[in-house]
Design a binder for this molecule. Structure first.
Ligand code: R5P
Length: 273
């Protein structure tokens, strides 16, 4: 390394010195590696920690969502239970959530014993301006919606990539619809006939054939063409024989926490809750 290069590098590191560790990490990672993944993971963690810090209290019955963002929430929940000796009961929304609860040594229960929850924390694939959500990217929508429907507060955690004015802006994989296997063709045809777009049967990655949900059903992904009245669409799709549930969560979320790229957390509240 020449003296000139060394002095240039010294100048750069002096310039960076006042920046926070997180920002410095991003500056370097943005230039030299796959920083977008690191930033998104950091953003998920920020949102998850903020939600657990703000909404979980002693003696709460807590619904545990599914996906990659919820992993950070369960980490923080377990940390708070250990540190603050909180008495918390967890209701899972999927096989994955159940495993997370058990692996973190948290108290596992179910809706038979706790049909009313204090708070449910869950991720989302996309959130629009009025807090309508698309969920089910990981195939867990039905149990998630059941558990969220039993909660006094349904809190969503997401990174900045999920934040949209209108559904479909960010999330391009469509609305997941869980169906009884024998009905997947008629349901697909009925959705396209009524609402247009395209419906695809979700295929498994490390298994031959379709994805099979925790409830032994299939998932259709409806790639819609334009913005819709999501409340009406949700009701209409649910009326098609063979449909178990849709990944449209309308008027359910009370607050969304978005972890942002700059290390902040943005919240959006539902006007009707
Ligand atoms: O089926 C999966 C769930 O609805 C997830 O909560 C959703 O897909 C968001 O997952 P992630 O936190 O991995 O983005």
């Amino acid at each position: 390394m020449t003296l000139r290069t060394r002095s240039r590098l010294g100048g750069i590191s002096r310039l960076l010195a006042p920046l926070s560790a997180r920002l410095r990490k991003h500056v370097f990672q943005c230039r030299f590696c796959d920083c977008s993944t690191t930033m998104a993971e950091e953003a998920k963690k920020l949102a998850a920690y903020a939600a657990v810090n703000n909404h979980i209290q002693h003696n709460h019955v807590v619904g545990v969502g599914s996906g990659s963002t919820i992993v950070y929430a369960v980490d923080r929940l377990a940390e708070r239970v250990r540190q603050e000796k909180l008495n918390i009961v967890c209701i899972p929304t999927s096989f994955q959530a159940r495993q997370l609860v058990l692996q973190n040594g948290l108290c596992l229960s179910d809706l038979d014993r706790y049909p009313e929850l204090d708070v449910v924390i869950d991720g989302a694939d996309e959130v629009d301006a009025s807090l309508t959500l698309i969920k089910g990217g990981g195939g867990c929508l039905t149990q998630e919606k059941i558990v969220a429907g039993c909660a006094k507060q349904f809190i969503v955690i997401a990174d900045y990539r999920k934040d949209s004015k209108m559904l479909g802006q960010q999330w391009k994989k469509g609305v997941p619809v869980e169906v009884i296997p024998m009905a997947h063709v008629p349901v697909s045809r009925a959705i396209v006939r009524r609402f247009g777009g395209e419906v695809v049967l979700r295929m498994a990655v490390s298994k031959a054939g379709p994805v099979v949900t925790d409830n032994s059903n299939f998932i259709l992904d409806w790639k819609f063409e334009c913005a819709q009245n999501w409340k009406e669409v949700n009701t209409a799709i649910k009326m098609i024989p063979g449909v178990v549930e849709t990944g449209l969560f309308v008027d359910m979320a009370k607050r969304v926490y978005f972890g942002m790229q700059d290390g902040s957390v943005k919240t959006r509240d539902c006007p009707i809750h």
